[in-house]
Design a protein around this ligand. Structure first.
Ligand SMILES: C[S@@+](CC[C@H](N)C(=O)[O-])C[C@H]1O[C@@H](n2cnc3c(N)ncnc32)[C@H](O)[C@@H]1O
Ligand SMILES: [Zn+2]
Length: 366
């Protein structure tokens, strides 16, 4: 985590009166801060403490863990985090390790295995869709090629970005919610002063930092799955940016001050949240008046991600597109809308997933 982030991040804890939003300071007493040898502004490990409610948030492998129960979060996926840390030669320090174990004494980790968005396979699927072009990876006789030539001129991210670009300016702070491995952060950062990626899956956040900040090491390649266990190594372009940072946090409890932000994206995440309305309210809270909200999703509601009562539309006679439009109009004016933005996922060489996201860009009025 770069030192500059302490100016923008705040405490996401939920108190009786609402979000705490206290200032976070680096506590040098509890856990000795560990900085990168080659960059003293890079905090690899440490403890952030809220000046208002005293909640503590660890920084692990360069990522601040700004979630409600950060110790439980770490413990639930501790094996995977320890593995990633060791692989990156950033072993978890002794004091931090003791804190995690002590705070979780007597409980079993909830996710000893890999969960969907934290899995290696899915992280690499997202590297492919964010930073590679499936057309260049297909054999010349693949039947998808002529279809793509005809009907798929630009990838999802270029289209979604093209919709907000005219409304951005280089003084803005941007936030990309559910950023996965970082394409949205990368794109926004080309037009904003500073951009934060907010991601709940540790593995994705870790990889996003490797891609965007080259920390702890640049991600040069990924594995594209072809068939069963067979995969091919593909190179990744250099997508580093100085004006970005990634935080582990929930889109439903953003660690940013109210009115602090000029643009927020939520791309393909609204139908993956327990409480989508809470995310929209959080986006509206952090945006300043006149700020830009970009929403895109295929509205693929599933009870396992979003219990039905939280769906915005998609039930009774109300289509999600209409319900979303109506909801956004409560606080904002709509600047642009696209009915269908194709989003193509390579799963295997003979298995693709196609989504058609609805895209909407709005400006906050009140
Ligand atoms: C369908 S993917 C979309 C990723 C990216 N925005 C894109 O369009 O390619 C949804 C992402 O949201 C993340 N996510 C799920 N719940 C989240 C939450 N509460 N807060 C932040 N990120 C979340 C997942 O880990 C995953 O990376
Ligand atoms: Zn607090």
């Amino acid at each position: 985590m770069q030192r500059f982030a302490l100016n923008d991040l705040c405490c996401p804890s939920w108190l009786e009166a609402g979000a705490c939003l206290g200032r976070l300071l680096l506590d040098t007493q509890t856990v000795e801060p560990l900085h990168a040898e080659q960059d003293e502004n890079e905090l690899i490990e440490g403890m952030l403490v809220c000046q208002h409610c005293a909640a503590a948030y660890p920084v692990v492998c360069g990522l601040p863990i700004l979630v409600a129960d950060a110790w439980r979060y770490l413990w639930d996926r501790y094996d995977a985090i320890v593995g990633l840390a060791a692989e990156a030669r950033l072993p978890i320090g002794k004091t931090m390790d003791e804190w995690v174990r002590e705070r979780n004494a007597g409980t079993e980790p909830a996710m000893p295995g890999e969960s969907e968005y934290e899995s290696l396979a899915m992280t690499h699927e997202y590297l492919a869709v964010h930073f590679d072009d499936f057309r260049n990876a297909l054999p010349g006789d693949h039947p998808l090629l002529p279809i793509a030539r005809e009907h798929y001129r630009s990838d999802f991210y270029s289209v979604a970005m093209g919709m907000i670009e005219p409304h951005l300016d280089p003084t803005m702070l941007g936030i990309d919610l559910g950023c996965s491995v970082g394409r949205g952060v990368y794109e926004l950062a080309g037009h904003c002063k500073l951009v934060y990626g907010v991601e709940l899956a540790f593995h994705s956040a870790f990889v996003a930092r490797r891609v965007l900040r080259h920390f702890p090491a640049r991600m040069n390649e990924y594995r594209l799955r072809l068939d069963g266990d067979i995969s091919r190594q593909r190179s990744l372009p250099d997508r580093s940016r100085d004006n970005v940072e990634i935080v582990v946090a929930s889109a439903e409890s953003l660690p940013f001050a109210s009115g602090s932000c000029g643009v927020t994206n939520n791309w393909n995440i609204i139908d993956r949240l327990p409480d989508p309305e809470r995310m929209l309210a959080e986006q509206e809270r952090v945006l300043r008046v006149g700020g830009i909200l970009s929403l895109a999703a295929p509205y693929n509601w599933e009870n396992r991600h979003t219990p039905r009562k939280g769906w915005i539309g998609g039930k009774g006679a109300v289509r999600t597109v209409d319900a979303i439009r109506e909801r956004i109009l409560q606080s904002s004016e709509i600047l642009d809308e696209k009915a269908y933005i194709p989003w193509v996922f390579w799963i295997f060489e003979r298995y693709f997933e196609f989504f058609f996201s609805h895209g909407l860009v709005s400006r906050k009025r009140v």
